[in-house]
Design a protein around this ligand. Structure first.
Ligand code: SF4
Length: 232
């Protein structure tokens, strides 16, 4: 399995924000979001090939129960099929007593994952595609409500939407309307921003939009603390 980096940091987003966690950043993403902060992980050939045992050996260098499988897009191969070996890796990590979060765009449903938190960041229209996607269809493939519904029914979940404007929140509500009843504390609006300055300047608007909708404000602690760089 191709791995871009393994590092120890604080979870920056979602319900576990602030929890020390080991991150396994798998290589490759079929999308090309305009504001992606991990473009260095887009290439499926980035990083190095590690076996599941080698990944677990690296994860266990830190005395930490929380493991985040991220990317890139950890669920998919470049053609949007299932990433080979992912289910096996999650099951092995679970056997080591790890709490597993999977950070995904939610474009593919996979059964049989050992996953304590399916952290889904569905991509809105605002994600655009800055360089064209591997699949050639960012807008066509970025969001499928039926796939989201299957994921949130199969796994403990959270939904994190990156927003910039009130129009984005209207789009969020349209997506949520197709998902049935959801726990509002599991649905977050996160300000778009890859620098501390951008985040802080957008946060008051997003806070107001949270108050209007009853949705949760989603921090991006890693960007606030360290800005947009690798290994954090
Ligand atoms: S899906 Fe995630 S990793 Fe892929 S380009 Fe978009 S923001 Fe970046």
């Amino acid at each position: 399995m191709r791995v871009t980096e393994v590092f120890y940091s604080l979870q920056g987003e979602g319900m576990l924000a602030g929890v020390p966690s080991v991150f396994v950043r798998l290589a490759g993403c079929p999308f090309r979001c305009r504001w992606c902060d991990t473009a260095y992980a887009w290439d499926y050939a980035a990083g190095e090939d590690l076996s599941p045992d080698q990944i677990i050996e690296q994860v266990n260098r830190w005395p930490c129960r929380f493991v985040v499988l991220t990317g890139g897009e950890p669920m998919t191969a470049g053609d949007l099929s299932a990433r080979p070996g992912l289910a096996d890796l999650t099951q092995r990590l679970a056997a080591h007593g790890k709490h597993i979060t999977i950070e995904t765009a939610g474009a593919l449903f996979l059964p049989d994952l050992a996953c304590d938190l399916m952290s889904i960041s569905p991509k809105l229209t605002n994600s655009g595609s800055c360089h064209g996607s591997v699949t050639g269809g960012h807008q066509a493939n970025r969001l499928d409500v039926e796939t989201l519904r299957r994921l949130i029914h199969a796994y403990p979940y959270q939904l994190k939407f990156v927003v910039e404007s009130p129009e984005d929140v209207t789009e969020v509500q349209g997506v949520l309307g197709g998902l049935g009843e959801l726990a509002p504390e599991r649905v977050m609006l996160m300000p778009q921003g890859t620098t501390t300055e951008e985040l802080l300047s957008r946060s008051p608007l997003i806070a107001d939009l949270c108050k209007q909708t009853g949705l949760r404000f989603g921090p991006r602690l890693h960007v606030l603390l360290w800005g947009c760089r690798r290994g954090v």
